[in-house]
Design a protein around this ligand. Sequence first.
Ligand code: SF4
Ligand code: SF4
Length: 94
Amino acid sequence: MNQKMNNEDVHFPCTGCGECCRHINRVEQLAVYDRGDGVCIYLSGNLCSIYKDRPEICRVDYMYEKVFSNYMSREDYYAANLAVCRKLREDRNH
Ligand code: SF4
Ligand code: SF4
């Protein structure tokens, strides 16, 4: 029988491409972080320079627990997020 995994053992499979942090202009909660062109002022290369203190909205797993677990499975939430990640990368390459 499969053992149920603890929530702490499950993490969103982020590749660290940084694309989401280059398109924050549509994220109301991050308006003050926008340097003016949709790129977050805290993005350094592809990394978040305030990672440990980043806003709640930037924490994919945290947001699932806090909000989205009320509406959807973790698998569906990850799939929806990954679709956005993929779209952002595709747009960059076109
Ligand atoms: S776009 Fe997706 S894969 Fe890339 S850094 Fe953001 S969450 Fe991670
Ligand atoms: S605070 Fe960090 S994780 Fe959030 S958008 Fe800015 S660089 Fe990305």
